[in-house]
Design a protein around this ligand. Sequence first.
Ligand code: UQ8
Length: 240
Amino acid sequence: MGVIFKFVVCLMAVNFVSCAVLPDVGKCNLEDSACMTPAFQKAFPMFMSGLPEQGVEVLDVMNMDDVAFDLSGLQFSLKEGKLKGLKAATVDNVKWNLQKKTLSVSFHTDASIKGHYVASGRILILPITGDGQMKLKMKNILIKLLMHYEVEKDAQGKDHMVPTKYSFDFDIRDNAHFSLTNLFNGNKELSDAMLKFLNENWKQISIEFGRPLVDSASKKIFKNVKAFLKSVAINDIAQY
Ligand code: UQ8
């Protein structure tokens, strides 16, 4: 609560430089990456913890919307998904382009997803059935995001960014590890073999089936970024 309050005061302050939460980061020039990157780094955990005053919900832990897909012979769904780890992200680079009206942000983090899964069909080459709890732990996910925006004035004549669309790439750099209950109706031999297979082939599985999960999480973040930027003028967060 204390941190959120400080952040809110911070956003309202005319001079961002004096903000207590971002002590050594001035109010950056938007296109100054060397200034913006640490500014984002400071703001990221606060943003992901939720900023109710700015209409930003709690994103870590994130209650994911249900995910369901039918891809390359695998039918998969995840309900009551919880994504953990965004708060601890390291922001690697922030690059604003005023002319093109784009913002690119790259960051990396460890993360986990838990929830109720149902799987049937075939995964890569192996047949699969399962209906139980999934725990997925990921080490060093790299996300590269490109966001496009327009600039619009609010009722007070202040400029706001209005995000219009985004695209991203993701790459799990170090490892992904699955734990799944109730595979093959609890047959231990088949389950153990499947878990071994999944954990040995994590990279290919993340490439082939990871996107719907990342899509779901990114949609939720994007919605909240929009709300944030609607409530905060560009002038409040940077020199503009
Ligand atoms: C049987 C069985 C189990 C089969 C398996 C099948 C299966 C499901 C396989 C999948 C396996 C697998 C390994 C999957 C991997 C899934 C992954 C990788 C999940 C990761 C989830 C994740 C981390 C998602 C994030 C996605 C993403 C693209 C996020 C970016 C979203 C956006 C829009 C970010 C915007 C950043 C931004 C502009 C913030 C706002 C903002 C802030 C914070 C700020 O501080 C600031 O001022 C300084 C601003 O200034 C204006 C800001 O705008």
